[in-house]
Structures are given as structure tokens and as C-alpha cells.
Write a protein that binds this ligand. Structure first.
Ligand SMILES: Cc1cc2nc3c(=O)[nH]c(=O)nc-3n(C[C@H](O)[C@H](O)[C@H](O)COP(=O)(O)OP(=O)(O)OC[C@H]3O[C@@H](n4cnc5c(N)ncnc54)[C@H](O)[C@@H]3O)c2cc1C
Ligand code: FES
Length: 299
């Protein structure tokens, strides 16, 4: 038993899901079927593996990620924002940030082929959530991995109690998957509460404020709820503190982290923090991990 497992019985460190290939370093070709702007600077890509067998077989756990590569450009990790219950095509939601994503935005067209390795990382411990209420708390681009979990929970609606999403963005124009979330709420699949830091001239039916304001207003039965949070470091600072004050214990809260990664399979050490490799033992960690190893979030 590894040190991390020994220290925390709830750890779920083993990578899950079907690998895209035998060799974990070898990217597998996938075709860009569709690309559309979600919000300014963030694009949604629909991809399908060129190998039809792999396209049908490819599966993952919500919260896992893939490495996307382009020859001569580079490789970077991206969360899977769609659910494995919707097979054949998988999606990535990508913000233009630097060299690889800049190239992707400027040069890659529908029909082009990119390289994919994965699925990588541990993903959310979804089996643990079964039979309980689910509270999802997202900030900004943190909505991306949580959208996969939300889709998964809706597709297995009978396995979950009440599902609540609290999502904070900078402005109405920055709310990811807005139309889709409205549909989810209208169908009664989940309760959706949105907050934006600043309103605009655009009509906005949600709250103007912070995602922590939504937490204050939410009526959550803590004893029967698992909370999953994803957002930038400043978001965690406030949201985790609030969840603890609401009475959530350290093994009832999970978060998904972003660290700089290279290999994605626990070999190069680029993503190591203390006793963990965040590509392998993460990106999903429990609040227990985050409190015992604050550098996971704050460096
Ligand atoms: C598990 C995981 C999941 C992720 N999921 C998503 C996702 O779903 N969508 C998404 O858009 N992004 C996601 N990211 C982030 C994404 O991988 C990065 O934005 C990636 O670096 C983009 O590659 P790039 O070459 O375009 O940018 P880079 O050229 O790598 O630059 C990205 C940013 O990092 C800065 N930077 C560059 N080098 C360094 C350095 N050495 N040290 C510190 N900062 C540096 C740059 O200034 C820039 O602001 C995820 C990251 C991880 C680890
Ligand atoms: S990215 Fe290489 S060990 Fe995690």
C-alpha cells in the first residue's frame, strides 16, 4: 500500500478508464468534427477518434483529462467536459491561453486531426456519490470538468438525490453552457443558481455577486450531500472555507486542480506536490488532501 493510500482511506489514486493506446506516450489521431465559440476566448470542440473501434470504445470517468497535441507545436492537458454516457464523440472546452491553444484557435479547422492521449488522472469518485445529494460549485472555467459530472449525474438521475449547481462567472457573457444550463433547470433535472460579479446591459435573471453568496443562500442538507468544487485558487480559498463552516467534513468535499503537466502519467515529476503526482493522484483530490497539502492549490 502506498503512503498516500495508507494516510487516507478515501483516496482514489488509480487511473481509470480505457486508454487510447497501449503506449501511454503515443498520441492517437482524433478528428475535429465541430468547433464553436462558447464565450469570447473559449471554444468547444467535438472530437472523434479516427479509428472507429476506438471511437466507440473510448470511455472515461467525469473529472479525467486528456493530453491534446499537435505536431511541431506541443501538448497540453484539457478536462473532458462531456459525459462518458454520451459515447462516440467527446468534447473539450478550451480557453486561448498560450502557444498551443493559440495555434489551435488560429489554424485548426473542422475536419483536421489532432493527437489525443488519455483518459488520464483519477476522476471524481462517482460511485461514492450514489444515493446522496450532489452540490456542484464552479467558478469560471472550473465549470468545464463539472459539466461532465453534471451530464453524467443527469444521465443516471435515479442514482442521485437532489442535484444543485452553484456557478459564478465574471459577467453574463462569460457564463459557459448558459443555454444548456437553462434547459437542465427547466426540465427539473437539477437546480441551477448563477451569479456574475458584474452585470451588463444584457438582461440577467441571476444574482450579481460572488459564488459564495449563492452558497450562503442555498438550502443544503449537509449530512446527505457530497460537494464538488472547481475554480481558480482565490475561489477555493473562500468556497472551501464556507463549505467547512456549513459543516461539510473533509471526506465529503472533492476538488479538481490544474497544475503544469508534461507527461501526464506520473513519470516526469513536473506536477509533483509533496507526496502526490497531481496527474496521477489527481486532478481530483479530497478536501482532506487540500488541507494537508495546501501547496496543491496555492502554488
Ligand atoms: C488537469 C488539467 C485540466 C485542464 N483543463 C483545461 C480545460 O478544460 N480547458 C482549458 O482551457 N484549459 C485547461 N487546462 C489548462 C491548460 O492545460 C493550459 O492553459 C495550457 O497551458 C495551455 O497550453 P498553451 O500552450 O496554449 O499555453 P502556454 O503557452 O503553456 O501558456 C499558458 C499560460 O501559462 C503561462 N505559462 C507558460 N509557461 C509557464 C511556466 N513555466 N510557469 C508558469 N506559467 C507559465 C503563460 O503565460 C500562459 O498564461 C487544464 C490543465 C490541467 C492541468
Ligand atoms: S505530469 Fe509528469 S509526473 Fe505528472
Amino acid at each position: 500500500m502506498s503512503l498516500t493510500q495508507a494516510r487516507h482511506p478515501l483516496r482514489h489514486a488509480s487511473p481509470r478508464g480505457l486508454p487510447t493506446g497501449e503506449n501511454p506516450y503515443l498520441p492517437v489521431p482524433a478528428r475535429v468534427l465541430l468547433q464553436s465559440d462558447l464565450v469570447p476566448g473559449v471554444r468547444l470542440y467535438d472530437l472523434r477518434f479516427v479509428d472507429p473501434g476506438l471511437a466507440e470504445r473510448f470511455s472515461w470517468v467525469p473529472g479525467q483529462f486528456v493530453m491534446l497535441s499537435m505536431l511541431g507545436v506541443g501538448e497540453a492537458p484539457f478536462s473532458l467536459p462531456s459525459s462518458p454516457t454520451r459515447r462516440g464523440v467527446f468534447q473539450l472546452a478550451i480557453r486561448e491561453a498560450g502557444s498551443l491553444t493559440g495555434h489551435l484557435f488560429r489554424h485548426v479547422k473542422e475536419g483536421d486531426v489532432v493527437g489525443i492521449r488519455g483518459p488520464l488522472g483519477n476522476g471524481f469518485p462517482v460511485e461514492k456519490f450514489y444515493g446522496n445529494d450532489l452540490l456542484l460549485v464552479a467558478g469560471g472555467l472550473g465549470m468545464v470538468p463539472l459539466r461532465g459530472l453534471l451530464q453524467f449525474a443527469i444521465d443516471h438521475r435515479e442514482r442521485f438525490g437532489r442535484i444543485t449547481l452553484l456557478y459564478g462567472a465574471r459577467s453574463p457573457e462569460q457564463v459557459l453552457f448558459r443555454g444548456e444550463l437553462t434547459g437542465v433547470e427547466r426540465r427539473g433535472d437539477a437546480e441551477i443558481h448563477l451569479a456574475v460579479e458584474r452585470g451588463t446591459t444584457e438582461p440577467w435573471g441571476g444574482r450579481v455577486g460572488l459564488v459564495t453568496d449563492l452558497l450562503d443562500a442555498a438550502s443544503i442538507q449537509v449530512g446527505r450531500t457530497y460537494a464538488v468544487a472547481c475554480g481558480p485558487p482565490i475561489f477555493y480559498k473562500h468556497v472551501l472555507d464556507r463549505l467547512v463552516r456549513m459543516g461539510f467534513s473533509k471526506n465529503q468535499v472533492f476538488l479538481s486542480l490544474e497544475r503544469r503537466m508534461e507527461c501526464g502519467v506520473g513519470k516526469c515529476g513536473h506536477c509533483s506536490v509533496g507526496y502526490t503526482m497531481t496527474c496521477l493522484h489527481g486532478p481530483v483530490v479530497s478536501l482532506w488532501d487540500a488541507l494537508n497539502l495546501p501547496e496543491l492549490i496555492y502554488t
